[in-house]
Design a protein around this ligand. Structure first.
Ligand SMILES: [Mg+2]
Length: 385
């Protein structure tokens, strides 16, 4: 089998998330946006898609990238040579890491469709249900509002809840802000109110998305240790490794990261050697299914956990192919105050992460990535040029 074409399928959806000028997201009234996924076509009519069934975050290639980088490299190649193609893309100095992840996911989707198996079964399934944590949207409001939301999530079945507190946001003016100064005192007040409201048995985590200094991170880390929080994620900017090493030395609570540092398993291996993190972190934006699997095997070999960042189909397929001892949770969200379950995107026939009353997400057994696309919606809303 040979790859004969790669293109982008684009369609219109509404979104209520928008980027601020400081590079973080804010919630806005619903506006129309274009969503796209990559389609790889083969000479026997088989197709693979990069779509994760998740409404934001994942890398979206441009038409120029497809024409100038992807097609010259992939057209004519055997789509089952994923490892060889992964290294060709990873060595290519103009191939963004997210683009590599996007194409790799589409190749796995295609291979699963050929085999008649989900990606997790192709990798070797370890489980088909993953413990979920409710992941809040940031900047939800005051401590009481977070606390009431956490209680509703607990009642919906979640056994774990992750706070995104005041991120690129000033809680005093309730307006987007540049990230610094951060608001560690206000963040800890939210963490304390949540613990107080849900009791001791619910697992809690804090993710300040890199806005703290080392000194602030040490202070907040010690406070949430006292509150029995389970891990402290991405507290500082991830271009810095040495402050993370110092932070891990200072704290008993496990520090989780790096989440956004480029370089996949290559970079994360250096963090492990530096003892700059206690729990790893990655997602399919960092090298796709192939790249994340390499990363997880690396962490497993050091006896470390790696918590997978964000939801979506590719990440859930990898979680299903990895033991809970290495990857404990599926991140389910981001949830605003009026949500305990994520909305199902209108271009999907089924949600990618249905959760049971015990707080476990079931993983699709559909072929490939297992995303059930609504092609009627996609063609009706087509924005493909
Ligand atoms: Mg995070």
């Amino acid at each position: 089998m040979k790859i004969i074409d790669v293109d982008i399928v684009s369609f219109r959806v509404t979104s209520n998330m928008s980027a601020t000028k400081w590079g973080y997201s804010e919630w806005v009234p619903e506006t129309e946006v274009i969503r796209s996924f990559t389609r790889i076509r083969t000479d026997d009519g088989l197709e693979g898609y990069s779509e994760q069934g998740f409404p934001y975050y994942f890398y979206t290639p441009s038409q120029d990238e497809i024409e100038q980088l992807v097609k010259p490299l992939l057209v004519g190649e055997d789509p089952f040579d994923r490892e060889r193609l992964w290294h060709l893309m990873a060595r290519h100095n103009r191939f963004a890491e997210g683009l590599l992840g996007n194409i790799d996911c589409a190749l796995w989707d295609l291979a699963g469709k050929f085999a008649g198996l989900s990606v997790s079964r192709m990798l070797g399934q370890a489980r088909n249900k993953i413990k979920a944590y409710a992941s809040t949207a940031p900047n939800l409001g005051d401590p009481d509002e977070y606390a009431a939301h956490a209680v509703r999530c607990k009642e919906a079945g979640y056994t774990a809840y992750k706070v995104h507190a005041n991120i690129f946001w000033n809680p005093r003016t309730r307006q987007p802000a540049p990230g610094r100064p951060a608001f560690p005192k206000e963040d800890v007040e939210i963490c304390a109110a949540v613990r107080d409201a849900v009791g001791d048995e619910m697992s809690l985590m804090l993710d300040p998305w890199g806005v703290y200094t080392l000194e602030e991170s040490i202070w907040v880390g010690r406070e949430i240790e006292q509150l029995g929080y389970k891990f402290f994620e991405h507290p500082m900017h991830e271009r810095l490794i040495e402050p993370y090493r110092k932070l891990c030395e200072e704290l008993r609570i496990p520090v989780c990261g790096p989440e956004l540092a480029p370089g996949g398993h290559f970079t994360r291996g250096e963090w492990v050697l530096q003892h700059a993190t206690d729990i790893g972190r990655t997602d399919v934006n960092f090298g796709g299914i192939t790249g994340v699997k390499k990363t997880l095997d690396m962490y497993e070999s050091f006896g470390m956990k790696c918590e997978i960042h964000v939801g979506g189909s590719g990440n859930s397929q990898i979680l299903a192919a990895t033991e809970e001892d290495t990857c404990e949770y599926y991140e389910r969200g981001l949830l605003t105050l009026d949500m305990v379950h994520p909305d199902t995107a209108p271009y999907l026939q089924a949600p990618v992460d249905p959760m049971d009353e015990n707080g476990y997400v079931s993983v699709s057994e559909g072929h490939g990535l297992g995303v059930e696309l609504d092609w009627d919606y996609i063609s009706r809303q087509s924005a493909t040029e």
